[in-house]
Design a protein around this ligand. Structure first.
Ligand SMILES: Cc1cc2nc3c(=O)[nH]c(=O)nc-3n(C[C@H](O)[C@H](O)[C@H](O)COP(=O)(O)OP(=O)(O)OC[C@H]3O[C@@H](n4cnc5c(N)ncnc54)[C@H](O)[C@@H]3O)c2cc1C
Length: 116
């Protein structure tokens, strides 16, 4: 078993973070260089890959995630409002409450008055 030299990382599947095309190129590189450095393409070779996130867009929203376009709500990463599961989920809940209130439905939650 190979011991990682870099200790402050969380091992994972880089296929979850990098596009398929990049992985194809990496594999081709490893296999070709394996001809001059035998063993490089071993199944024990560890690859370190940075996970880089870009957030260029951010929707302008009110407290309940309604955008400046009437009736259009935005939540989560795609709207630039979160960078993780928790906040993405929280903005989703806020948007759901906002949509319900917009439709004139009652929202029963003890937190709702703190947000209004
Ligand atoms: C590799 C990786 C690791 C991560 N690790 C963590 C972690 O450890 N902890 C953490 O908190 N966060 C982590 N995140 C971030 C987290 O996954 C996101 O912040 C969260 O999933 C965002 O939720 P979301 O609902 O906004 O978007 P998503 O989960 O991306 O959901 C968007 C959905 O919309 C669908 N969709 C896209 N376009 C369309 C369309 N045109 N029509 C219909 N559907 C469409 C997509 O298929 C997808 O199902 C990680 C992200 C990545 C990429």
């Amino acid at each position: 078993m190979i011991e990682p030299t870099l200790k402050f990382v969380t091992p994972g599947d880089i296929g979850m973070a990098l596009p398929h095309r990049v992985l194809d190129n990496l594999m081709e590189f490893l296999n070709r260089v394996d001809n001059v450095i035998p063993g490089l393409a071993s199944k024990y070779t560890l690859l370190y890959a940075p996970e880089i996130k870009y957030y260029s867009m951010r929707a302008v929203v009110n407290k309940f995630m309604e955008t400046t376009v009437d009736g259009i709500f935005a939540a989560g990463d795609g709207a630039g409002l979160s960078r993780g599961i928790n906040v993405a989920a929280a903005t989703g809940v806020l948007a759901a409450w906002g949509i319900l209130m917009k439709l004139g439905k009652e929202v029963r939650n003890e937190l709702i008055n703190k947000i209004k």
